[in-house]
Structure formats: C-alpha cells, structure tokens
Ligand binder design. Structure first.
Ligand code: SAM
Length: 340
C-alpha cells in the first residue's frame, strides 16, 4: 500500500460479517478479533505496518482496507466541517468513499453516507483537495452517527468498489450465483483478459444447474459444456453455445483440453480442491474459477491448507478471495502459465 504511515495510524479491514476471525488470522499476530458480526477489524502497531505492505490482492477475507485514524464528532449537526478539517491532513485525493460496515448496524448508516456524499465532495473540491492526479482515495467509515475512522488507500492497490460492494446488473440471469461469477471475472481477470474472453474459447461448468455461471460464459461467446444431473433454466440453454450433460462433476473428464473449467458444486472443500488439482495437473483446463465452500470450524486453516496444496502445481498463478457475492465460501482463480 503506497500511503506513508503515521505512527498513530491503524489499518482498517472490512470483511463479511462473521469472518472477522479469518480476517484477523490473515492479518497476523498483534490483533484481537472483535465480536463476530461487526464486519470490520482494526489492526494496530507492527502488525498494521506489516499488513499495509502486503498487496491487497494477497488477502482473501478483506473486502476493503485503508490506513487511518479514529474520529469523533462532538456535534452531529455539523459533521461536514470537522471531517473536512481532518481530511485536509491527508492532502489531495482522487475521490471520497463514505463507508460503513456490512453488519445490520452498519447498514443503518447507509442513508447518512448518501446524504453526506455530495456536501463532503463539494467541500473537498472547494478546499482544493480533490485531484485526478492523486493516486490516493479518502475513506470515511462511520461506526455510528458521530464516530468512525478516516484515512486513505492507494487506488492501485485496493478494492475496486467502496466497501468491496460491486453494483452488477444481470437482468434475466437464471440464478443469483451468476453475480458471483461476474464479480469473479471482474476482480480476477483485469480488463485485457476479460476483453479476450469470448468466441473461440471452450468451457466446462461443473455443477452448472440452474445455469447462472453457464449463462455468464455463454453470453460472452464461450462454448459451454454444462455438467449437472439437475435441469438448466431455459435462459441458460438459450444464452449461446450451451451443451447440457447429465453427468457427475467428480468423474467427468473432457474429450480434449478446454480453456476454462468453472465449478460451483456444493461439496466438501477438500473434495473440490482435489477435483481442481486433477484438472490442472492433468492439463484438462488452462484456467479455472471455482468455489470452496468453507467448513464450520477452522475455516482459515482449511483454506490455507487447500490453497497451499494447489500452489504446488507447477507454473500455476493462483488468487483467492471471499467475494461480496460469496457467503460461507471463497472463490479461487487459477491459471497455468503457457507450457506450465
Ligand atoms: C450452487 S449450485 C450451482 C449454481 C450454478 N453455478 C448457477 O450459477 O446457477 C450447485 C450445483 O451442483 C450440483 N452438483 C452437486 N454435486 C454434483 C455432482 N457430483 N455432479 C454434478 N453436479 C453436482 C447440484 O445439482 C447443483 O445444481
């Protein structure tokens, strides 16, 4: 994270409520897990300094992060003035993200954030603190109506969306899972690889029904073999070059290697990881996006163990993340280098 760190700064990490302990485990020692369900953790001291140096993309459970300090406002009838005064200390920023945790309590602050956005941006502009040339974003995260954290993040090493919450429009998708794959493609692939995704490419979708993931891929022009004993929705069948096979995801193997294998089967994470390991090490697919459903206990350790095993496949690039659209699961992207 490019932003220089002042001694009294904390590192704020937002996560899915209920996954604070995983976020803390990822942050390393020196951090106490807050009560489960808050949707954020605050890392201080050396652990904050260490974690600020880690690429944001290497974190699985953090949806958003920034370096900042606590604020509290004595008179909630004037929040803008005191916050603008605090913002000035951070220098010019390219934009402002007004935020709250994704907990029930946090979401009750969404309207306050919406109300303040325009006035706060106007104040920053008037003070010469908004500049397109700046690589830093300003975060103001409210914990309640009068207090929170204010800080900055490096736009090139942070979340793509404020609080890690994408706004995706997928009208006509056969299932809500479609948003999960769409978010994964945006997060993991980057613009160039996404633009290249399309006709001429083949994909296998394991555990495809009712067909949200198949629909996302077929609409982009890929030829999709959708494997599931369940039925596909008509929208998925009609989305493009789709072939439905009633077969078992764990024993199916493609007649020839495919560009993509995606897998959203609900099963034990170790079993899914083993399946993916087979596909990658046998060279049955070049790239994959798959979900690992998390166990009830030792979620962080299990994720670490399974990802470590996959990373042993030679020539593999792998990234994992608990996406906004993930629930008790994480999404993993892996790609074999050419010749790998
Ligand atoms: C979460 S749903 C997939 C949703 C899908 N990705 C979508 O976007 O609509 C999981 C699917 O995995 C399928 N499934 C579970 N075990 C399977 C197996 N051994 N072989 C094939 N499909 C399986 C289920 O039938 C179910 O349709």
């Amino acid at each position: 994270m490019g932003a220089d760190r002042a001694p009294d700064e904390s590192l704020l990490l937002l996560c899915r409520p209920g996954f604070e302990a995983e976020c803390v485990a990822e942050a390393g020692s020196g951090t106490a897990a807050p009560a489960s369900g808050t949707g954020w953790i605050c890392v201080e001291g050396d652990a904050a300094a260490r974690l600020a140096q880690r690429p944001f993309r290497s974190l699985v459970f953090a949806r958003d992060r920034f370096l900042g300090q606590r604020f509290s406002i004595a008179d909630p009838s004037d929040r803008v003035g005191p916050l603008l005064a605090r913002a000035a200390a951070f220098g010019p920023v390219s934009g402002l993200w007004l935020q709250h945790a994704d907990s029930t309590e946090g979401r009750s602050l969404a309207r306050l954030c919406q109300r303040l956005q325009g006035r706060m941006e106007g104040g920053l502009r008037a003070a010469g603190l908004l500049s397109v040339a700046s690589s830093r974003r300003l975060h103001m995260m409210f914990l309640d109506g009068a207090s929170g954290f204010i800080g900055v993040s490096d736009a090139s090493d942070g979340a793509l969306w404020s609080m890690g919450v994408p706004r995706l429009r997928l009208a006509g998708a056969p299932s809500r899972s479609a948003a999960k794959l769409e978010e994964a493609l945006i997060w993991f692939l980057g613009e160039d690889m996404r633009a290249a995704l399309g006709s001429g490419m083949s994909a296998v979708d394991l555990g495809a029904a009712p067909g949200g993931w198949t629909w996302v891929l077929a609409r982009r022009g890929l030829r999709v073999t959708a494997v599931d004993h369940g039925k596909l929705a008509q929208a998925a069948e009609d989305a493009g070059a789709v072939r439905h096979l009633s077969a078992d995801a764990f024993t199916f193997r493609p007649a020839r290697p495919v560009d993509w294998m995606v897998c959203d089967v609900v099963d034990k994470p170790a079993r899914t990881a083993e399946l993916v390991h087979r596909w990658l090490s046998q060279g049955w697919c070049r790239r994959t996006i798959f979900n690992l459903k998390l166990p009830m206990k030792q979620r962080y350790l299990e994720v670490e163990r399974l990802l470590a095993r996959l990373r042993k496949v030679p020539g593999l690039r792998l990234e994992a993340r608990q996406l906004y659209h993930d629930r008790e699961e994480i999404t993993v992207f892996a790609e074999r280098e050419r010749g790998g």
